[in-house]
Ligand binder design. Structure first.
Ligand SMILES: *[C@@H]1O[C@H](CO)[C@@H](O)[C@H](O)[C@H]1NC(C)=O
Ligand SMILES: *[C@@H]1O[C@H](CO)[C@@H](O)[C@H](O)[C@H]1NC(C)=O
Ligand SMILES: *[C@@H]1O[C@H](CO)[C@@H](O)[C@H](O)[C@H]1NC(C)=O
Ligand SMILES: *[C@@H]1O[C@H](CO)[C@@H](O)[C@H](O)[C@H]1NC(C)=O
Ligand SMILES: *[C@@H]1O[C@H](CO)[C@@H](O)[C@H](O)[C@H]1NC(C)=O
Ligand SMILES: *[C@@H]1O[C@H](CO)[C@@H](O)[C@H](O)[C@H]1NC(C)=O
Length: 514
């Protein structure tokens, strides 16, 4: 039997934009004219941010082409959104710049993350290629160039890749990897196999996911957070839909859709993970009855914690619930989405915090500090309390809101997106563009980093990794917001599968069931 990824290549070759099979979006959906101005609002934020980006960062000597965001911001934006906005000159400028990048010789020796580079660069370049009607083959050439370096993360007969590769020596750093690091490469690498005709990319990444999915997990379908590629075993049995594990789960169902179940292990693993989560991790807060997915630690204790990052789960469950035509999953996903939105609706800025916690009928254990009086007072009012107050321009809550809109057609999700735009315009602008916040519930605590260095050091990167997220994430935030107010048939959940960095990839027509 051919590996599923090879069979898929034939399938994608025959893909057309015609709809078939099960649909994810509400049929006939349109954005009411009253909401048109919000699309313009997003375009304005984009134009301001992009102008600042060009002024301070674009093509700057300091920028390292691999770890930095050019692929994401230009490759990704360049096609996915810039093209959607019809500003093709910016796209061509970005393509021209990309053509000058030499991935084989990094300016300074350094370890390159396989995961980060895949989701930003490989995903961004391929998405750019597709959305510009395959006019710039150089984008595939560059995606191949960087992926050929990343492929050194597989050594010997390991089925799982190491976390990072030294591009100077073409050797990986030996150590553990997260399951997200192993499991969030498959869409991008399989797409690359399709465009290059080299099956190795898809085979390597698919093999890693299958290896994780086949390990005995702490809870059915719910893998531990970390693995050692040299042994192929878990090194950590912490279960979470949040950081470290997140996009492993996310890609199980997306890969099932992208490959149309060529191998059923992906959809089966996702179903088992969701079923197990509903049985074991789902919690209602004792105040407000908000629904959350708890963590489950290596001591088998439920941790009553949540995070902005994990809030992608609502959108992911909506996608999977629609593909599986399972109303139970859809209904729970919509409640999880409401729980995440409540973290926005409850703060002074209307923007949600980085991390939070809650209390349910089985207690309040978080694995961290005990709840303070101030937190308890906030909890008694809002049904969650803030444990990490910053906002680093993460997209997940608005990502799930985008899915909720496209799936249900309920305009309350357009109102929520509009409210977030208003908050960004009110609280994030600096003299140059848009910043990250120290405390979403206390604006007097100001921006992260001071303005000047924030824009150079923080926003436009360098060694301060956390702050780097601001520009990366902004690409995602604005794309999800833009798409929320865009014509739903333009880049549809029925024709595309989004990578975890908001780069849509063209999918084959859907099956009748998954
Ligand atoms: C991109 O490069 C092409 C070929 O060199 C050139 O014709 C075009 O003007 C450039 N576009 C931009 C926007 O710089
Ligand atoms: C396919 O890609 C792999 C991974 O980079 C590489 O080792 C191999 O040489 C390529 N095969 C061909 C035929 O180009
Ligand atoms: C890996 O390959 C070596 C031979 O190259 C073999 O001895 C070993 O058993 C293999 N290990 C696994 C886990 O398959
Ligand atoms: C829908 O999903 C739920 C939760 O996993 C499961 O219990 C139920 O059996 C599924 N329904 C069908 C018809 O498969
Ligand atoms: C949570 O509350 C909903 C009603 O809002 C209820 O249907 C569900 O059974 C509750 N779930 C748990 C895990 O308590
Ligand atoms: C948190 O849990 C501890 C241990 O069960 C309990 O003593 C305490 O009262 C709880 N606090 C709140 C605010 O529920």
């Amino acid at each position: 039997m051919l590996p599923s990824c090879v069979r898929f290549l034939t399938l994608l070759g025959a893909a057309s934009s015609s709809l078939a099979g099960v649909t994810v979006q509400k049929p006939g959906l349109t954005v009411p004219p009253a909401y048109a101005s919000h699309k313009t609002d997003v375009e304005k934020i984009f134009t301001t941010s992009y102008a600042a980006y060009k002024e301070f960062a674009f093509g700057h000597d300091e920028l390292h082409p691999v770890t930095e965001g050019v692929g994401d911001d230009l490759g990704g934006w360049g096609a996915s959104l810039v093209d959607a906005m019809g500003t093709m000159d910016l796209l061509e400028e970005a393509v021209n710049f990309t053509a000058t990048i030499d991935f084989s010789t990094p300016p300074v020796p350094q370890l390159i993350s396989v995961f980060e580079t895949t989701i930003r660069w490989v995903g961004g370049l391929i998405s750019a290629y597709e959305l510009s009607d395959e006019k710039y083959p150089i984008l595939i050439t560059k995606a191949k160039e960087v992926t050929d370096k990343l492929a050194y993360a597989w050594v010997g007969n390991n089925t799982m890749p190491y976390h990072s590769v030294d591009f100077t020596t073409n050797t990986p750093q030996i150590g553990t990897n997260s399951i997200a690091g192993v499991g969030t490469l498959s869409l991008e690498w399989l797409a690359l196999s399709h465009y290059t005709g080299n099956e190795t990319y898809g085979k390597l990444t698919e093999g890693g996911v299958i290896a994780v999915a086949q390990l005995p997990a702490p809870l059915p379908g719910l893998a531990g957070q970390n693995v050692d590629p040299s042994t192929g075993q878990f090194t950590n049995l912490y279960v979470t839909w949040g950081a470290g594990s997140d996009s492993y789960f996310e890609y199980l169902i997306k890969y099932a859709r992208y490959t149309n179940n060529a191998n059923t292990i992906f959809v089966d693993s996702w179903k088992t993970a969701v079923d197990s989560s509903i049985r074991t991790l789902l919690r209602n807060s004792t105040v407000g009855g908000h629904m959350y997915l708890a963590d489950y630690d290596a001591e088998q204790l439920i941790r009553h914690v949540g995070s902005h990052l994990a809030c992608y789960y609502a959108g992911n469950w909506l996608l999977g619930g629609k593909l599986l035509q399972n109303q139970t999953i859809i209904d729970i996903a919509l409640q999880l989405n409401d729980g995440c939105w409540n973290t926005y609706a409850s703060t002074e800025t209307g923007i949600g915090p980085e991390t939070f916690a809650f209390i349910s009928s089985d207690g309040n254990f978080t694995g961290g500090a005990a709840i303070t009086d101030e937190q308890l007072a906030f909890y008694n009012e809002h049904g969650f309390y803030i444990t990490g107050s910053d906002y680093i321009q993460r997209p997940e809550v608005l990502e799930s809101n985008f899915y909720a809109w496209r799936v249900t057609g309920d305009t309350k999700y357009l109102d929520r997106a509009a409210s977030a735009i208003a908050s960004f315009n009110k609280f994030l602008p600096t003299t140059v563009a848009f910043a990250c916040l120290n405390n979403v519930n206390d604006i007097t605590q100001g921006f992260i980093d001071d303005m000047e260095s924030f824009w150079h050091v923080g926003l436009f990167r360098r060694s301060v990794c956390v702050l780097n997220l601001c520009i990366y994430r902004f690409a995602e935030v604005l794309k999800y917001l833009y798409l929320t107010f865009d014509d739903p048939t333009h880049i549809s959940l029925d024709t595309h599968v989004w990578n975890t960095e908001c780069h849509p990839l063209r999918a084959p027509p859907a099956l009748d069931s998954y």
